[in-house]
Write a protein that binds this ligand. Structure first.
Ligand SMILES: [Zn+2]
Length: 366
C-alpha cells in the first residue's frame, strides 16, 4: 500500500489553515516542544523552521515526539473510546515505564482488545506504540549524552542487553556506542516522479532514492545496511536544503545542487560518481565516454555497475548516462523516471536563452 504525503507546501498550507480534511493524512511535529499534532490543531502555529512533517504516528513517535493533548492526533475521527484516552494518558504520565498485561487489566482494559484497537486504528499494536514512544525518547537522551545503563533502566529494561536488542531492532546500531555513533536522519520527500527517501548525517546528504512509504521499520533496516549507520526519522539542515533544492529542480529553477554530500564507496566508484557530477545539466554522456573519462576505456560494464550503485539519485546525476545508441540503458528508479528526468532537464535547458554554447560533454568526448 502506497502512502504518500502531500507536498511540503501543501502540508504547510493545510497546517496553517487548520484544515481538518488533512487529519490522518499527515502529522506535524514541533521541534521546540517535542509534541506532534493533527494538522487542524487549534494551538498557535510555530515558525516553519521548527516544524517537521510525518506520514504516520509511528514515525512521529520514533522521532521522539508525544501526541498533543489538545488536538489528540491519534484520535483522528475525534471519538476515541474513553478507555483508549485513559490508556494513552497513562503512557504519557510515565512514557518510559513498562505497562504489562496486568497493568492494563488493573485499568479494566483487556490486553487483546487494546492490541486489536490500536492495530486497527493506528496500524500498530498498543505495545508497538508504547515501544516506539519509549525508544524515541531513549534515542533523544542518548544523543544528549545520557548514560546507556541509566537510559535502559528508565526504559523499563532490567538488563542492558534487552534494551540493546530492542533499540537495535528499530535503530540499527546498539546504543553502546550511542554517543559518538554516527546517526543519520531520514525523511520522505515528494516529487512529481514519486516519493523519495533522503538521509543525511551531520556532515551532509548520504542518500536519496526513490521509495514507497510502506512499513517504515523495514525500510530503515534496508537503508541502514546500505549506508552503514543507524537511521532515525527526522530532519536536519542538510535535508531542509535538499528538499528546497529538489523542489526548485522540479520547478525548472535549479540546475546545480549545493547541498553537501557524504559519498562513501570504493575509489573506482568515487571516480565514476565524481565524473557524473561534471555532466552538465540537460546533457548526457555515454557509458563508453564515461569509461574513457575515468581511465578505464572499454570498461562499460564496470562503470555501469558503479553508476547503478549511486545512492544519491538526481543530485549525482546517474540518469544522465545513456547508451551510445541513445537508448536509456538501465535505471534503479525505473526507466520511466530516467526518461522523465532527462526530458525535464532538456526542456528547461533548451528554454534557457544563453545555452547556445557547445555542450561541455561533447567537447570533452572528442
Ligand atoms: Zn495539537
Amino acid at each position: 500500500m502506497m502512502r504518500r504525503m502531500p507536498t511540503t507546501a501543501e502540508m504547510d498550507r493545510a497546517f496553517r489553515a487548520r484544515d481538518t480534511s488533512y487529519n490522518g493524512v499527515f502529522f506535524t511535529a514541533v521541534k521546540t516542544t517535542g509534541i506532534f499534532c493533527a494538522p487542524s490543531c487549534p494551538a498557535r502555529k510555530p515558525a516553519a523552521r521548527n516544524v517537521e512533517f510525518f506520514g504516520t504516528i509511528q514515525e512521529s513517535l520514533l522521532a521522539g515526539y508525544r501526541p498533543c493533548k489538545r488536538c489528540k492526533p491519534m484520535n483522528v475521527d475525534g471519538r476515541s473510546p474513553e478507555w483508549v484516552t485513559c490508556l494513552m494518558a497513562r503512557v504519557e504520565s510515565a512514557p518510559m515505564a513498562r505497562l504489562r498485561d496486568a497493568d492494563l487489566r488493573a485499568m479494566s482494559v483487556e490486553p487483546s482488545r487494546a492490541r486489536r484497537h490500536f492495530l486497527r486504528h493506528y496500524g500498530m499494536t498498543f505495545q508497538a506504540f508504547h515501544r516506539a514512544r519509549r525508544l524515541g525518547l531513549a534515542l533523544k537522551q542518548l544523543r544528549k549524552g545520557a548514560d546507556m545503563d541509566g537510559v535502559a533502566w528508565d526504559c523499563g529494561y532490567e538488563s542492558t542487553s534487552g534494551f540493546r536488542d530492542a533499540f537495535a531492532r528499530v535503530f540499527g546500531e546498539p546504543p553502546g556506542r550511542g554517543r559518538d555513533a554516527s546517526f543519520a536522519v531520514a525523511r520522505w520527500m515528494e516529487s512529481p516522479v514519486g516519493p523519495l527517501v533522503a538521509a543525511a548525517t551531520t556532515e551532509g546528504v548520504c542518500l536519496l532514492e526513490f521509495a514507497d512509504r510502506r512499513a517504515l521499520e523495514s525500510q530503515l533496516v534496508t537503508l541502514r545496511k546500505r549506508i552503514g549507520c543507524s537511521i532515525v526519522p527526522g530532519g536536519n539542515e542538510h535535508l531542509d536544503l535538499l528538499a528546497d533544492e529538489l523542489a526548485h529542480y522540479f520547478d525548472g529553477k535549479l540546475t546545480r545542487f549545493t547541498a553537501p554530500l557524504v559519498i562513501s564507496g570504493t575509489p573506482f566508484q568515487k571516480s565514476v560518481w565524481n565524473r557524473l557530477l561534471e555532466i552538465p545539466y540537460g546533457e548526457t554522456l555515454s557509458y563508453e565516454a564515461l569509461a574513457r573519462d575515468v581511465s578505464r576505456p572499454g570498461a562499460q560494464r564496470a562503470v555501469g555497475t558503479a553508476n547503478g550503485a549511486n545512492r544519491i539519485a538526481i543530485v549525482i546525476p546517474c540518469h544522465r548516462v545513456v547508451r551510445k545508441s541513445g537508448q536509456l540503458g538501465g535505471y534503479g528508479g525505473g526507466l520511466w523516471r530516467k526518461q522523465h528526468l532527462l526530458d525535464h532537464e532538456r526542456a528547461v535547458h533548451n528554454a534557457t536563452p544563453d545555452n547556445a554554447s557547445p555542450p561541455l560533454a561533447d567537447a570533452r568526448a572528442m
